[in-house]
Design a protein around this ligand. Structure first.
Ligand code: NCD
Length: 353
């Protein structure tokens, strides 16, 4: 594997291996502290971030490497109209590995087709967030001891929540995992995620957190993603749809793991933080080690442009997603997998002639 654009770029065995290496890094950090000496990680954040960017920086520093990059597109040549492809070509000449976050869905795919160095998707719009999923899986393994035979409740913004999309696609590969999708109807899991990853899997959709709680092994709370709403009034109406309180945990299993990719707004009351089932801060801490393991794995995989272009060109189709990278990137080769855009996975529409 050369790039991590989608969590499914990693096999289950590779994920097991990353978790094993990350656990060893926690136990014996000194063994790894010089292993990336002379290597440079570029962190390109075209969208705000705290944990993801800092944990990548901390991860590379803990491996003895160096870091360069930016945390706002506003200070870069993007404001002059530079494409993602051109920015990446340049940065690949100045670094050994790139982690990038971009508001447009599919941007890391564009990057991976022109970069000589590995590309890590650190979040693309409301699409995917594979390194958060690695962090989540590491936490689940540490807290519950297994990744199979679990009832996983995902609560909040399942429509725009990219961490949810990647976590579902990863966990659907394990035996005996059942999903309880808790959201208002307006923020339900998109059809493309259900069709691609949940077909034939055990899942239910519901609106009541209280009703779902007793059966869960994991409760994965999420922030309502205000920045992705086209309609501000709708956001105001939905933003406090779910608030987890100590009271609501009263009917939950003793062994429940309460998770959250963070940042939290109102969806978990601060009173819950002292509950032994509140695992979200430990979860974030693990992000440093699993990213260390990932950086090592990708640097070992060698250089070279990933020529594997997904999908086929089809002049009769166009993507229907206004947040797809194909809407803004000049010179892009539009491609489709069946009737889906190969960049953002959303349904394509017939082009009007
Ligand atoms: C998440 C993200 O950026 O998608 N944060 C993170 O990376 N830990 C979740 C969020 O912003 O709500």
């Amino acid at each position: 594997m050369k790039n991590l654009v989608d969590i499914l770029d990693l096999s289950v065995e590779e994920i097991d291996r990353l978790i094993e290496v990350a656990a060893d890094m926690v136990a014996s950090p000194e063994k790894y502290s010089e292993i990336c000496r002379g290597k440079i990680l570029a962190t390109l954040f075209f969208e705000p971030s705290t944990r993801t960017r800092l944990s990548f920086t901390s991860a590379m520093m803990s491996l003895g490497g160096s870091v360069l990059g930016f945390e706002q597109a506003g200070s870069t040549s993007v404001t002059k109209g530079e494409t993602v492809a051109d920015t990446i070509r340049m940065v690949a000449a100045y670094s050994d590995i790139i982690s990038m976050r971009h508001p447009y869905e599919g941007a890391p795919i564009v990057a991976s087709t022109v970069s000589r160095v590995p590309i890590i998707n650190a979040g693309d719009g409301g699409h995917f967030h594979p390194t958060q999923t690695l962090t989540d899986l590491f936490s689940i393994k540490n807290k519950l001891g297994r990744l199979n035979n679990l009832t996983v409740g995902l609560c909040g913004d399942l429509k725009y929540g990219r961490t949810v999309h990647s976590l579902i696609s990863a966990m659907a590969r394990y035996e005996g995992v059942r999903f309880v999708l808790i959201s208002p109807a307006e923020l339900a899991l998109p059809d493309y995620i259900k069709e691609e990853f949940l077909r034939g899997h055990d899942f239910v959709e519901c609106e009541s957190l209280e009703e779902a709680i007793p059966e869960l092994d994991i409760l994965y709370m999420t922030r309502i993603q205000g920045e992705r709403f086209a309609d501000r009034d709708e956001y105001e109406r939905l933003k406090d749809s779910y608030i987890l309180t100590r009271d609501k945990l009263g009917t939950a299993k003793e062994t429940l793991s309460v998770m959250h990719p963070l940042p939290r707004v109102n969806e978990i009351d601060v009173d819950v933080d002292d509950d032994p089932r509140a695992h979200y801060f430990d979860q974030a801490e693990g992000g440093r080690y699993i990213r260390m393991a990932l950086i090592l794995m990708l640097l070992d995989s060698g250089r070279g442009i990933d020529s594997r272009l997904h999908g086929e060109p089809d002049k009769t189709l166009s993507c229907s997603n206004p947040h797809c990278i194909t809407m803004t990137e000049r010179g892009i080769k539009k491609r489709f997998i069946g009737d889906r855009c190969a960049y953002c996975d959303q349904k394509a529409k017939k082009r009007e002639v």
